[in-house]
Design a protein around this ligand. Structure first.
Ligand SMILES: Cc1cc2nc3c(=O)[nH]c(=O)nc-3n(C[C@H](O)[C@H](O)[C@H](O)COP(=O)(O)O)c2cc1C
Length: 412
């Protein structure tokens, strides 16, 4: 998050890719500028970070979910490949970093799953590596909704139905990367949420193979099943902390039974690189807005600003201190609320005279107002990720990365 000089990175559309027909494209950077982010959510493209967060919070307060609309057809069905026709390498699937374990069709993708017990449908972004023409694998961290759905199917000994949207509406991508909580059984939260943001129903088709609701306007959708008893190595992948941190692990294989795509389809890519990383821009802003709402909903008063830096490593909250323990309460809430719980490293609470959207000011406050002996508190056993390069091993991961994994090349 950069306040005074909002980032304005380009979106890049790759076409005429070697070995592929012209028109089979890859697009990166769809949400990586304040302007594109504002346009995606239907706001005037005129805001800096703070203004966007405030306006976005106001918008969410009055957001009325709009149910999606089931339609019989859509552009995603312009081409239907099933059975022997399925070939994931029909598309220019990128290998994003030199040491990646394979080509990743899913980075800026959206994976659709359904809870086998309640019918609740979730959409989340979890990276997808192609194994061969007809199979691929996800990495979805423990605790992510799609992973929880998959685990429930596997506990029953059943394959998990999955649909992966590989090129999508930028608003669907935004919904897919945010931790939108599920509210009621059978509710397609992300689609209802998108409908509310846009003010019109999101159109979906019932997936012919899985029955999952797939976006009618998508560029490319893969449909199939993940299997409990079929695993293959996924990774390593150069991830947003700036390392090939997750190494490789055995992950369930998704067998793709059908591929639907538009004519001249576009893969949406969100390749991570070493930070500061424009791929995280929208995430940081939207997460800051969500976290601000959540800590206020939990009862914290006098919050003057919430900012996220380095994707999710650093959260800064400013408060007008009213009572002893106010700052500690702010920190604890920021660390454990839905938008802050996963993979946080530092929560910094500053006074209200500090502009949290100016990191230089935050560093000044840290340097001059903190007594490290008594003002810093270490909280242990929080929700972690295998992408964290300093965690030597974790049950989640089967990872033994000591010394740290290889770093990505620094940005040029
Ligand atoms: C570009 C991008 C890529 C991501 N890739 C992954 C991933 O590979 N695995 C994962 O567990 N989370 C990943 N995330 C985070 C999840 O998408 C995010 O936590 C989201 O809320 C997950 O959906 P859920 O809350 O419904 O589980 C990614 C986020 C972004 C912005």
């Amino acid at each position: 998050m950069v306040a005074k000089n909002p980032r304005n990175h380009w979106a890049v559309l790759f076409d005429k890719i070697k070995d592929y027909p012209a028109g089979y494209r890859v697009l990166t950077g769809i949400l990586n500028s304040p302007r594109r982010l504002a346009l995606t959510v239907g706001m005037e493209p005129k805001f800096g970070d703070r203004e966007f967060i405030l306006a976005w919070r106001e918008r969410l307060k009055t957001l009325q979910p709009v149910p999606p609309e089931l339609v019989q057809d859509g552009p995603v069905m312009e081409n239907v490949d099933t059975g022997d026709e399925v070939n994931l390498f029909k598309f220019p699937v990128p290998k994003w970093h030199e040491l990646d374990g394979g080509r990743y069709i899913g980075t800026g993708s959206a994976t659709i799953t359904r809870d086998p017990e309640t019918g609740w449908v979730n959409i989340g972004t979890y990276r997808v590596m192609v194994h061969d023409e007809k199979s691929c694998a996800h990495y979805a961290a423990q605790g992510k909704h799609g992973r929880m759905h998959r685990d429930k199917y596997f506990a029953r000994g059943e394959p998990c139905p999955v649909a992966v949207v590989v090129g999508e509406d930028p608003l669907l991508f935004l919904a897919s990367i945010l931790a939108i909580t599920h509210s009621q059984d059978g509710f397609i939260d992300e689609y209802h949420w998108i409908g509310g943001v846009r003010g019109e129903p999101f159109q979906f088709i019932k997936g012919p193979v899985t029955g999952l609701p797939i976006p009618a306007q998508a560029e490319i959708v893969l449909e199939g099943f993940s299997y409990p008893d079929k695993t293959k190595d996924e990774g390593p992948f150069g991830e947003w902390p700036g390392y090939y941190a997750s190494r490789h692990r055995a992950e369930p294989v998704m067998k793709v039974e059908a591929v639907y795509h538009r004519n001249n389809p576009i893969i949406c890519g969100a390749p991570p690189s070493r930070m500061p990383d424009d791929f995280t821009y929208a995430y940081e802003l939207a997460r800051a807005a969500q976290l601000w709402d959540e800590i206020e909903a939990a009862g914290l008063t006098d919050v003057c600003g919430v900012a996220c830096y380095q994707h999710r490593f650093i959260t800064v909250v400013s408060i007008k201190q009213r009572y002893g323990g106010h700052a500690r309460r702010a920190a604890m809430l920021a660390m454990h609320c839905n938008a802050g719980a996963f993979f946080g490293r530092y929560v910094i609470v500053v006074d209200d005279d500090i502009d949290v959207y100016d990191f230089d000011e935050v560093v000044w406050a840290l340097s001059t107002r903190v007594d490290p002996v008594k003002d810093i508190e270490i909280v242990q056993n929080c929700w972690e990720s295998l992408l964290d390069p300093i965690v030597p091993s974790a049950d989640d991961t089967h990872r033994t990365s000591h010394p740290p994994p290889p770093p990505l090349r620094p940005p040029r």
